[in-house]
Design a protein around this ligand. Structure first.
Ligand code: GDP
Ligand code: MG
Length: 203
């Protein structure tokens, strides 16, 4: 069997409640559209805490990996982590994520195009807005930090979730959307983005 062309790669994005409240839905989607990605599905909803917990734990390693990453983050700043147990740390992070994401409407979408997962992660920027690159969505539109969110026992407000790998994307797309919600279609710009021969442009 031949490999599918990279143009068929899909990724999953949620514009979190702060993105909706700050009227950034259009700006965020614009950034994905202008790079050449196309929407394959989109909806607004208020997620339930159960949906959110399932979303983050689709990867059975997520609790351990995120807990370990968080502990490392504390140590690298010369700070004492609130617990040495990664799972205890993630339990708190997950509880806060449930409160944050269920607090209001979110916009969930599937984006399709070459290297969709990696391109969207690049446009979204690093997890903590304090250190997200300038020019990325998180770097340009939000100023939160773990230094502010952790003592207040809340999730860091970073506007967006985006899948971290094609496998994560597939799992998340089936978690949030039904097969019938996903639309396969051509955009007129697909020709200039992907076709080998650019014939047919001149009259
Ligand atoms: P993302 O893929 O960039 O959204 O980041 P992750 O998948 O690693 O983390 C998911 C969520 O967990 C983030 O949006 C944060 O809310 C939270 N999180 C991740 N790392 C940390 C951390 O070091 N400290 C705290 N307090 N929360 C974190
Ligand atoms: Mg992630």
């Amino acid at each position: 069997m031949t490999e599918k062309h990279p143009k068929f790669e899909r990724t999953f994005v949620i514009i979190k409640p702060d993105g909706v409240q700050r009227s950034l839905v259009g700006e965020i989607i614009k950034r994905f559209e202008q790079v050449g990605l196309k929407l394959a599905a989109m909806k607004m909803l208020v997620p339930t805490p159960e949906q959110i917990e399932k979303h983050y734990t689709l990867d059975p390693e997520w609790r351990r990996v995120t807990g370990e990453k968080t502990i490392k983050g504390y140590l690298s700043k010369g700070l004492k982590p609130p617990s040495e147990d990664p799972l205890e740390i993630t339990a708190k992070i997950l509880a806060n994520l449930k409160k944050y994401l269920a607090s209001g409407p979110v916009v969930a979408m599937v984006l399709q195009g070459a290297h969709a997962v990696q391109i969207v992660r690049k446009l979204v920027g690093g997890t903590e807005p304090l250190t997200s690159d300038v020019g990325s969505i998180r770097g340009d539109f939000v100023l939160d930090s773990y230094q502010m969110s952790d003592p207040d026992n809340r999730a860091v407000r970073n506007l967006i979730h985006a899948s971290g790998s094609p496998k994560e994307a597939n799992d998340e797309i089936s978690h949030w959307f039904s097969k019938v919600d996903l639309v396969d279609y051509k955009l007129v710009q697909d020709h200039i983005l992907y076709d080998v021969n650019l014939d047919g442009l001149l009259e």
